[in-house]
Design a protein around this ligand. Sequence first.
Ligand code: RNT
Ligand code: ZN
Length: 418
Amino acid sequence: MVKKETVLSAYELAKERYAAVGVNTDEVLEKLQDISLSLHCWQADDVTGFESPDATLSGGIQATGNYPGKARNIEELRADIVKAASLIPGSHRVNLHAIYGDFGGQFVDRDQLEPKHFESWMKWAKENGFKLDFNSTSFSHPKSGERTLSNPDPEIRKFWIEHTKRCRAIAEEMGKYQGSPCVMNLWIHDGSKDQTVNRLEYRRLLKESLDEIFATKYDNMKDCIEAKLFGIGAESYTVGSYDFYLGYGAKNNMIVTLDTGHFHLTESVADKISSLLLFTPEIMLHVSRPIRWDSDHVTIMNDDTLDLAKEIVRCDALDRVNIGLDYFDASINRIGAYVVGSRATQKCFLQALLEPLTILRKYEAEGKYFERLALLEESKVLPWNAVWDMFCLKNEVPVGEDFIANIQQYEQEVTSKR
Ligand code: RNT
Ligand code: ZN
């Protein structure tokens, strides 16, 4: 166990060291406290949901691995999220998908969803100090096929328009109930495995569907639209590409979701932040870790995530960026996956907040580029970890690697018995 005194004295030294470059660590701790992550409910059960016991995941996404102990029902899923949150410093949100409704053993089709199917979630969230976010679900359904909202068949399109409209109404109720806007994400897998000669037509249909879906204005929810590069089985064409949603978002003043796994692997998602901030109202993030493709590995503290956090802080945009996580790894302990990914994301934001920006900007303004580069390099090795440990201590969650034993115990007592 990391000793409390060790954390406290290391923090005092770090505080002094950061003060030398003009950074107040006490203020940084307060700012980090205000950063909420939206924990994606679907890591707990490999994106299965509660619609039917034999649901299979479709829509070009995949959770690989068969680590034992996944959540099998609403109680287990909630317990796992509460457990994970108890090991993550700060207060956070929970991001639900439409297939996670409390259906009470009945089959409720997607075009029949109502706020009542999410009432118990709202109560649970309130009792446990979470706010809820929401997602429509277009995948894992007999009517999903290659296309949903862009389907040339008016019946299928109507079905998905109805589903998405209902999801917005549910998000509105969630927002009202919790006194904090519910962020509702719209992602559809629509695309084509092989070459298509109808690129424009499907995009036109999607635009038409979106116009109809978003015609109703709400006050307690925020819409966001998520683009993607390709999906498994839809490698040749994605209707909702980044160009498509960036255009739609900029034109209609809507939030665009940046999933860090939805771009070419050498493309910088961090560099998109400042442009989006100029043309769209807010940003929604799906922080993930793509390995070779949009593989949805557990987020770690790597350059991509650090760059993203730094850009947001450098743009002074923490109040305009909603930070959601989106990965699903079925090959390791799933609660561990939540905790590692969330803490890694927070560590990135902490380092971003600890950047000696005032001095760096002064150097830049004076054209002192060697000095800027030197300080950027040196700031990477300033004792940020002492500030991180202090953050965990203050929030009464395990410091450092101490949470490993905690998760092992939960595995022994709970998840291994499933
Ligand atoms: C898929 C998108 C989408 C999903 C979730 C489950 O590639 O990233 O956000 O991961 O909606
Ligand atoms: Zn995503």
